[in-house]
Ligand binder design. Sequence first.
Ligand code: ZN
Length: 657
Amino acid sequence: MLTVHSTVTMLLGAACAVSAIAVAQDPKPERKKGTIVEGTVNVYDYNPKESGTDPDIAGQLATIGPVGQQWYQHVMTLSNPYFEGRAPGSDGIAAAANYVEFWMRQSGLEPGFPAKEGESERTTYRQPFELPGAGPKVIDSAVAIGDRALKSGDDYIVLGSSGSASVTAPLAFAGYAIESGKDGYTSFKDEGEDLKGRIAVFFRYEPINQEGVSRWSERRWSEYSAAAPKLEALAKRGAVGVIMVTPPDARDARRGLETTATSRFGDRLSIPAMQLSIEAMDALIQQADPDARSLAEWRQKADEGAVTTVPLKDSVQVTLKAEVTTGTISTDNVGGVLRGAGSLAEEWVIVGSHYDHVGFGNYGADPRNRGKLHPGADDNASGTAAMLCMTKLMADWYASDDAPKDRRSILFMAFSAEEIGLDGSRHWTEHPTLKQESINAMINLDMVGRLRNDELVVGGVGSAKGFKDWLRPRFEESGLTIRADPSGRGPSDHASFYSAGIPVLFLFTGVHDVYHKPGDHGWTVNPGGAAKIIALSEAIAQGLVSEAKLEFEGKTAGSGQDRGYARVRLGVSPGYGETGQSGVVVEAVSEGTSAADAGIKKGDVLLAWNGELLEGAGDMMDQLRKHAPGDKVKIKLRRDGKELEVDVTMKASKSRG
Ligand SMILES: [Zn+2]
């Protein structure tokens, strides 16, 4: 069924093509006086209910006007599948960066950054930076039995935690490779048994029954089935290589081969690690087993715990070769300058928005939606579109007779990697291309696409002396209901600037039911509302570039800003857990954080939070949002196959008031 919005959207589709470039001034419709509601807003709870839809199409189009049309065209473009949900490192985000740069040039902006740090001349629209944690990449691999080579992708894949090495050795069967399972189950007789110099073959998951389901868990698989501790157990017993295989007839959707990207189990090994298909492994084990038993027979024995590690025929020599790199992801902040004039030309205002999103939901999203496109129309094609509309509006104003003769310069920026941890804005504030003291203020547009009941959150109104009063007439002129939050902190890029002692404003229309979900489509946004928000941003920017310089008010952070998404921060970087495997793998622990104080280590797997299961990073974020600084939390984790519980005292995340 078509919603009002989609009817308008269709009409718009047609209209946009006509007026793509010319962003004429909006006809100023009769506007009711705006109201201001002061007070802190918890942005994760701020989800205003839609008060019914306005069937007045003509009125809608009038409200939208040419700026709303242009905005909508940007949103529909940036949120279409071609841009792949704009995850850093993807082709989609590279295309989005080109799109943003194109429109900055269309607005006549000059390059925003110097080509090299420390240079003064600005010659490029890009500020590249590196992100850790790029998935492993296979440069070369081989699996051969004697001189019979197996086919990569069909018969085998290289596991994501494989080391770069090449070995030729006989096999040993290691069952489920579980050191200490349920009811004393173990796959090993002792610590150092006969795996030395052999390639260990092990089953994924845990003992199963005739129906192919776990003997140890009601849910899918228990924590004993985790692959990471199995790999560690085999490596420390001297295996020179490992082969993982799915037990035949196990009831799990993942019967086929994983990919290298989805099989990063725990730390990287120093030995080659492969997964073979059930068919390829069945043929191999029958060849290597003196009794030529099938893989299904071996599974049976392992299910009953009737077997520990068994060396197989020395004459059957298997070669495993893997060459794997783990690199960094390179991504760009995109920036353009609208040069000021007169006595204020060397002072600056920054207008920014993040243009990245979570791609196919491999991070920053509900694990149940992993692999699905997350278009990110509201988050944050909407803010990027508003920023681009602002480039044209301000450039036209600067070129007009209305512009004051003394006006500050404006750096428009699209940040990358916000969803990962404010990385793009933090990179800029740690590698600034402008003197901090020359910056009057930063306006951050993040999720401005779903205005409901004309209610808008504006955060940061307390981040400069007298800022609230300075803003009041502009708020009233807007005709909107402004939820004026004094705090300059929050789960978005303005927090990086606030922490650096720069006055900030954060414009936000609230969360909603498709926040960070595959449903955040272009047709769900509100162009008319966005036009009003852009008009307000324009009015504020016109003041910030020409009026008295603001004086920062608030607490700055020490160096090394944080990655806060909540009022508190744990301080771990969650890694890619095993797909379908519960728990949060700790990729890194930041110094001086709650986690570091509690002794949480890299490689730990966080299993439960105050007794509540942690499925994935999403659950951890949900838990974090419930806490305040000083709260005590019990976290159950697994380290080297052993479970332990640690007491954690939550520390404030520097990114929120
Ligand atoms: Zn966002």
